[in-house]
Ligand binder design. Structure first.
Ligand code: ADP
Ligand code: MG
Length: 351
């Protein structure tokens, strides 16, 4: 800007839209997260995720959820449209769905070519809606079983600065893989599949048990090294803090060099928590080699008023009311499980 002559102007709608989109949709994995959450919110029992290249080429997510009518799908891509809350009272009384802001489809649509093919459960006709850069290009009837397929191609085609910031295809895909894995482990009753460039990366059965979901996503070597964790006491929970921990952690010799395999869910939601991660590491004590991390899939259930998962919805951060008790409960539950299995010895044989 040159000296002394600034001009304040109102940005046109398209510019505003693209700036806002950049904040919600950072990379292909953020698109996948939003679309998978929509499929889960739509009660899907099967969710298939197909990625080409880094995901900017193509992301296609197909579900067998409740689907949308022709009218609804047109509304769904508008700004701030949602079927999940009505007003601030709904928000304050607690939201059961993963989404509620009504901005994902709108913002994804603004920075890509978006095609939605959908049919509601129970009779009504199917619809295909096509948008490019946020503008509706076509709407027509389309036959398909009940459910929804959202296809995103040419992501960031109209925001070159955003596209430049992306890493290699394999890095971007590894972010996508992590997102789909997080949801597949949290929802063992949903059959997930992930394909990359036409090759299946994993698929879960949707039969409902966490152990088989772990086998599907991490493979046999890891699955056989997992042991069950749980502090679920008889009803009443004498401690009175209402905190329960369940899930699986790996044998101390089955580790990786990054912490990303320590997955924590609080009241069903994936979160990042350094409190939990440190408690996990503390349970292993000196049984872990330096800079090695175990696999862990931990579900914490805490009373709603003692946790704030909305610190920032996109960062998935969490704040516990009583960090010390969370730390202690997680550490003790894992240490007990490792002890019971005789695994707090590095020489334990592998299954
Ligand atoms: P939000 O999820 O916050 O409501 P979105 O922009 O992600 O906002 O979606 C807008 C609306 O579109 C949702 O509230 C829902 O009614 C509908 N919708 C989106 N994805 C699906 C889907 N896979 N199946 C059925 N309905 C969907
Ligand atoms: Mg959503």
């Amino acid at each position: 800007m040159s000296d002394g002559e600034q001009t304040i102007r109102s940005l046109d709608e398209q510019t505003v839209q693209r700036i806002a989109a950049g904040e919600v949709v950072e990379r292909p994995a953020s698109v996948v997260k939003e679309l998978v959450e929509n499929s889960l919110d739509a009660n899907a029992s099967r969710i298939s995720v197909r990625i080409d290249g880094s995901g900017t080429e193509r992301i296609a997510i197909e579900d067998d959820g409740i689907g949308m009518s022709e009218e609804d799908v047109q509304l769904a891509v508008e700004e701030h449209t949602t079927s999940k809350i009505r007003d601030i009272d709904d928000l304050e009384s607690g939201v059961a769905t993963l989404g509620f802001r009504g901005e994902a489809l709108y913002t994804i649509g603004a920075v890509s070519r978006l095609t939605i093919r959908t049919k509601p459960r129970g009779g009504e006709a199917g619809t295909e809606l096509r948008l490019a850069g946020g503008k509706a290009e076509e709407i027509k009837p389309a036959g398909r079983p009940a459910g929804t397929t959202v296809e995103v191609t040419d992501l960031f085609f109209n925001t070159p600065a955003r596209e430049k910031y992306l890493k290699t295809d394999s890095t971007e895909f590894s972010h996508v893989n992590r997102v789909v894995t997080q949801y597949a482990l949290a929802n063992p009753n949903v059959a997930f599949s992930l394909d990359h460039d036409g090759r299946e990366i994993f698929s879960t059965t949707g039969q409902g048990d966490l152990q088989s979901a772990i086998l599907s996503v991490y493979g046999r070597e890891v699955a056989t090294a997992m042991i069950a964790v749980g502090n679920e006491r008889s009803e009443g929970d004498e401690d009175g803090d209402g905190l329960t921990v369940s899930g699986y952690v790996s044998h101390p010799e089955t580790t990786r060099s990054t912490r990303e395999y320590v997955a924590t869910y609080v009241n069903g939601r994936y979160v990042r928590s350094s409190v939990v991660r440190e408690a996990v590491l503390a349970a292993y004590g000196n049984q872990l080699a330096p800079d090695r991390y175990p696999f862990a899939v931990l579900f914490l259930s805490v009373p709603g008023d003692s946790v704030d998962v909305n610190v920032h919805p996109r960062k998935m951060e969490v704040r516990f009311g009583d960090e010390a008790s969370v730390r202690e409960t997680v550490r003790d539950s894992i240490a007990n499980a490792l002890l019971d299995d005789g695994l707090i010895r590095s020489s334990a044989p592998r299954g």
